[in-house]
Design a binder for this molecule. Sequence first.
Ligand SMILES: NC(=O)c1ccc[n+]([C@@H]2O[C@H](COP(=O)([O-])OP(=O)(O)OC[C@H]3O[C@@H](n4cnc5c(N)ncnc54)[C@H](OP(=O)(O)O)[C@@H]3O)[C@@H](O)[C@H]2O)c1
Length: 292
Amino acid sequence: MKILVFGAGGQLGKALLGSAGKAGHLAMGLSRANVDITDADAVSHVICSDVPEAVINAAAYNAVDAAEDNRGLAFRINSEGAGNIAHACNMVGVPICHLSSDYVFDGSSRTPYREDSPVSPLSVYGASKARGEDIVRNIANRHLIIRTSWVFGRFGNNFVKSILGRLGKADCLSVIDDQIGCPTSAEDLATALFKILTTAHKTEAWGTYHFCGLKAVTWFQFANAIAMAKRLHIPDMTEIVPTTTADYHQRAVRPTYSVLDCQSVIANFGINVPEWPTALANVVDYLVAGNR
Ligand SMILES: NC(=O)c1ccc[n+]([C@@H]2O[C@H](COP(=O)([O-])OP(=O)(O)OC[C@H]3O[C@@H](n4cnc5c(N)ncnc54)[C@H](OP(=O)(O)O)[C@@H]3O)[C@@H](O)[C@H]2O)c1
C-alpha cells in the first residue's frame, strides 16, 4: 500500500518510515516542516493531489504537562488537526488511521480498559485526544483509531532516553510508583499498525482499537528495567527510589491506572501483542552503543 504518514519526524513516525519497506508498503513521510496539520488547505492539498491508499496520523501535541498552559494549541493540533486530515481523507475515499492515547481514561478502573469503556480525561492533553477521536469518528467513514500508551523507541524524546540520560549523573532518581500502564515499543506499534491497516482494507473492520506492550508496570518498575538493561553495558551507582504522584508534583493529572485491553486487536487482526522488555533491550543496546 502507498501510505502517507503525518508526524514523520516523531518517534512513531520514524519507526513507521523505517519499517514500511519490510512490511511491503511504500510510506511517504510528512513532518511539520512539510505540512502543518492545523492548516486545512495544506492538508487537503497534499492528500488530494497524490492520493495515497491510506493515511496514518502520528502527528500530535504530546507535551502532557505543557498542554495545561497551552490548551488552545493542544486542541488545534490534537483535535482540529486530526479533523483536517479526516476530512481530506473522506473527500477522496481514503481510510485514516489516527493515533490516540490511554490518557483519555481517568484511571479509576482496576481492570484493563476496553475500547467501549467510557472516556473521562483528567488532563488537557487527554481531553484534546478524546475530542480528536470524536472528530475523526464523526467525519471519516473508514477510520481506525488506535489508542496506545507509554511509547518508547530509538528516536525522539521518551522516558527510556530520559532515564538513560540521568543514570550515572545523580546519586538518586525518584520515579513514580503509583501510576500503572503498559510501555509500548514504537517499532512494535508500527508493525502492528501496518498489519491492522492491511487487514482492515480486506475485512472492513474499521473502528477503535487498543494496542500496547504486554505487561503492566509502574514508572518505577519501568525505570528499573531500563537501568538493568543499561547496566549490562555500563554500570552506574544511581539508586532508583519509588515516589508517589502526590510527592512528584506533575503539572497535569494523569490516570493512576491506564492499562489497555488488547483482546479486540488480537481477535480482529491476528496481532501478536509483544512483551515490551524484548524491544526495550534492543532500544537500550542501540542508545548505549551510540553513547560509547
Ligand atoms: N509518546 C507517548 O508516550 C504516547 C502515548 C500514547 C499515545 N501517543 C500517541 O501516539 C502518537 C505518536 O506519538 P509519538 O510519541 O510518536 O509523538 P512525537 O514523538 O511527539 O511525534 C509527534 C510529531 O508530531 C509533529 N507535530 C506536532 N504538531 C504538528 C503539526 N501542527 N503539524 C504537523 N506535525 C506536527 C511533531 O513535530 P515537531 O517535532 O516539529 O514538534 C512530532 O514530530 C500521537 O498521536 C500520540 O498522541 C503517544
